[in-house]
Design a protein. Structure first.
Length: 140
């Protein structure tokens, strides 16, 4: 049951259904999800609060190096921040989902050593989890 709940939460996070989000909206939402204010994010990326506010308002262009820093901080893809995709996942996660469509479940279990928190999962648990994820992703 815990595994199913974890998978559902993971998939809900990965499949953001808010179509039409712009970059400014994404920046604001990502910041709020972390319960941080503009000054705190500005400090993380090394700019003033006023400049960061201008990024969120869309009155200043977001430099590439800042987009990269924010994507690493928020653990989302740069494409997600830029509004080019509604999928939040990173390159590593993209590879996993690509592998889901191109490899069979048994080879995925061997390649990825999945854990549940700090606890290792048995091969059977990994097989069931990957099967569930694969079914959800391919039926999407």
């Amino acid at each position: 049951m815990k595994i199913v709940l974890l998978v559902v939460i993971l998939l809900l996070v990965l499949y953001n259904k808010n179509r039409g989000d712009n970059m400014e909206h994404r920046l604001r939402e990502l910041r709020k999800q972390r319960s941080m204010n503009q000054s705190q994010i500005a400090e993380v990326i090394g700019v003033s609060q006023g400049l960061y506010s201008a990024y969120e308002l869309g009155t200043r262009r977001l430099p590439v190096n800042i987009v990269i820093m924010l994507s690493e901080f928020y653990e989302v893809s740069t494409d997600y921040i830029l509004g080019l995709t509604n999928l939040r996942y990173t390159d590593q996660e993209k590879k996993f989902f690509h592998d889901l469509t191109s490899k069979n479940i048994s080879s995925l279990v061997k390649e990825y050593n999945l854990t549940l928190g700090e606890k290792s999962m048995s091969e059977e648990e990994q097989f069931l989890l990957i099967k569930l994820i694969k079914t959800f992703v391919l039926n999407k």
